[in-house]
Design a protein around this ligand. Structure first.
Ligand code: DAT
Ligand code: MG
Length: 142
């Protein structure tokens, strides 16, 4: 199914100049970049993005990390986009990520793991509406 998902090149990926290569990896995986921006989020926004993890011991560290410097947010569209992005990204813990994935190549640790991808179509809709409120609901329903 053609779907949309939200991906982020997190602060560590931007700081290390990997934005261009990561966008290239998504495009080469057959995905279309349909929205793209650089933004530095504040802590309240970061808390909302990771609200499902609010009871985890690493929540505060995660919020501090994702809000520490600008990141690149994008909407990617394509066949099976949610899983395709997560495949390109690799496992959450870079030490467990498959060779050739973004996290294998550039991830530092469990928190600063370079990229984010929505984990379901439902969560993608919520995240896209948070990160790209300028898009109308009708756009998301396509
Ligand atoms: P993913 O980003 O692969 O979907 P997740 O949704 O479980 O993983 O967690 C969101 C982010 O939280 C993850 O990218 C990095 C951080 N994180 C997850 N598990 C962690 C842990 N055990 N220690 C520190 N940070 C962690
Ligand atoms: Mg997740």
């Amino acid at each position: 199914m053609v779907e949309k998902t939200l991906a982020l090149v997190k602060p560590d990926g931007v700081e290390a100049n990997h934005v261009g290569e990561i966008l290239d990896m998504y495009e080469k995986a057959g995905l279309k970049i349909v929205a793209l921006k650089m933004i530095k989020v504040n802590k309240e926004f970061a808390r909302q993005h990771y609200i499902d993890l609010k009871d985890k011991p690493f929540y505060q560290e995660l919020v501090d990390f994702i809000s520490r410097s600008p990141l690149v947010a994008m909407i990617l569209e394509g066949e099976d986009a949610v899983n395709t992005v997560r495949g390109v990204n690799g496992a959450t813990d870079p030490s467990e990520a498959a060779e050739g994935t973004v996290r294998y190549k550039y991830g530092h640790g469990k928190t600063d793991n370079t990229v984010h991808g929505s984990d379901s179509v439902e969560h993608a809709k919520r995240e896209i509406s948070m990160w790209f409120p300028e898009f109308l609901d009708s756009y998301l329903d396509d």
